[in-house]
Structure formats: structure tokens, C-alpha cells
Design a protein around this ligand. Sequence first.
Ligand code: 9MR
Length: 327
Amino acid sequence: MKLFVLLSLAFAGIKALAHPAQDTFLDVPASVDAKFKKHGKYFGVATDIKLLKEEKNAAIIAAAFGAVTPENSMKWDSLEPKINAFQWAWPDYLVQWAGNHSQIVRGHTFVWHSQLPDWVKNIKDKAELTTVMKRHINTAMGRYKGKIYAWDVVNEMFKDGNGELRDSVWSKTYGDGFVKIAFETARAADSKAKLYINDFNLDQLNNAKTQKMISKVKEWRAAGIPIDGIGSQAHLKPGQAAGFGAALKGLCAVVPECAITELDIEGAKAEEYATVAKACLDIKNCVGITVWGLRDPDSWRKEKTPLLFGADYKAKPAWNALLNAVQ
Ligand code: 9MR
């Protein structure tokens, strides 16, 4: 008897040594990504160096997700705050972390009106702006060639409401001509990376912006512009999940692939998360879903508690709903 107890204790000790992470953090949830993988899709999360260096955050992301998007560190003001002086430390950390954990990376983002430094916004000369845009894209895509699954090459170029071109240094200088330059530059820089146009409020099929995205992407692709995918950000309000699937279907129909790139839902209702997950699962070329952050307190709209994990690092009911929604 005594020998049995001794042996059991010794075995438990060896097990604890073999799984040191479980000693410090026992509450890692079942992987939604593993379920998505069965369908050839990924389930990812936006994060960055600071959160990846927090042990519990990183443990959950490592165990339950399959893709990461840098929430801020690859945006222009972070990557190239001063002309031709690139800051690699933060995005390098994320890309390396992803590699170490066999996760894919979505690069976010190049041509955007926001988080764009004044030195770019103030450029008046078209030739100069073109040089600057091309150098920015070439430098970032060159550094991470082969390590980034997809890039959001153009972000949020359409206005809400009527879906017209949003005012920015890009539209002021080129009309919508920057789309061709940006995508052709990106294709030449890394021919294997998937190139996306990304936007929010594409959540209902009949809204003007969704329709504009569909018709313009069709037109651009017919003209040979290398757009591989549409990203629907999906920052949803309660009630919007219902029409989301029809909208996504319309968007995905005009591109080789599509993705839900920044999902969060105000209130994080379990059924609404499940509805959105099913929307992607039901569409063959929807390659995956990224949620825009792990825990509510780290969300860009934390007061709406839109994410899948609470401050206590515990999965909310929507997590189980996702596990059940994906067979
Ligand atoms: O979540 C991001 C937040 O930390 C930043 O302060 C903010 C600045 O613009 O950008 C947030 O992410 C945005 C994303 O890059 C593009 N789509 C909308 C997202 C939420 O604002």
C-alpha cells in the first residue's frame, strides 16, 4: 500500500514537471481554433507585445487560438512614425511569437486614413506620396516575407452612409487610384501573401457601403487589380448578427477568399457569437474569424463588454456557444 502511494506521488511529481504551465494556470479553455481547423479555417485574436508578455493572456492565446493580428503595432504611426525610420521591435515580437506557437499572422494595415503620421498626411505631391507608400509597403512586406498569411492592404476607404470615398490624403491625391498602386505594390513585394481590402459596417447586405464594396471590388478585380480577399471587420451591435450571414455571402461571392477580421459584439450574447461563427462556416471561401481582443478590459470599447473573456481570464458563455456551434 505504502509503495503504491509513494509511486503515485512520484508519478504526480513527474507529471507536474512535464506540464509546468498547468501549475501556474489551470483554467485554459478548450480550443475553438481546433474546431475551426477541422473545417480548414482559423480562429484568431488581435493582440500585441504587451499582452503577449502577460502570462495568462499568452497561455490562453497559445492554447485556444490559431492566428494573431497585431492590434496596433503594424499601423503606420507605429511602424514608420518618422520618414524611413521603421520601428520593428513590437511587430517582430508578435511575428516571432506566432512562429513559435505555429500560429498564422494577419498583417494590419497599410493604406488607412487613421493612425497615419502627420508627415504622411501633409504630403501634397503625388509622386512623393507614391514613393512613400511603395517604400512603406515594400519594407514591411519584405521584412516579413513568408511569415504573414494575409495583409490588410487598404483599410476603411469607404464612408459610412452613402459608401462614397472617405476623405483622406489618399483620396485627395488619387481619387480611388491608390487602390491599384497599393495592391500591385503589395503583390510584387510578397507574391504568396493574401491581399485584403478591409472595412467595418459591412454587416447588412442592403446597406450602401456593403453594396459599394461588392461592386467596386468586382470592378477592380475585373481590371486585374490583385485583391484576394475582403475583410469584414464585424464590430457588431446587438441584433446585427441576424443579417450578417447574408451580407458576408454577398461579399465573399466576389473574391477568392474572405474573412471576419475584427469581430466583437456589444454585450457578447452567446447566440449572436454562434450565429456569426456559423455564417463563416457556411461559406466555403470564408477562411477564418479574428476576434478583436481577448479580454473585455483590453477592448477598444471595454464599456460594451464585447469580447469572449472577462477580466478574470475566464471564458464567457459565448465561448461555449462557439465550441458547440462548430462541429
Ligand atoms: O483596437 C484598436 C485601438 O487599440 C486603437 O486605439 C484604435 C485606433 O484607431 O484602433 C483600434 O483598432 C481599429 C482597427 O485597427 C481598425 N478597425 C477599427 C478598430 C477599432 O477602432
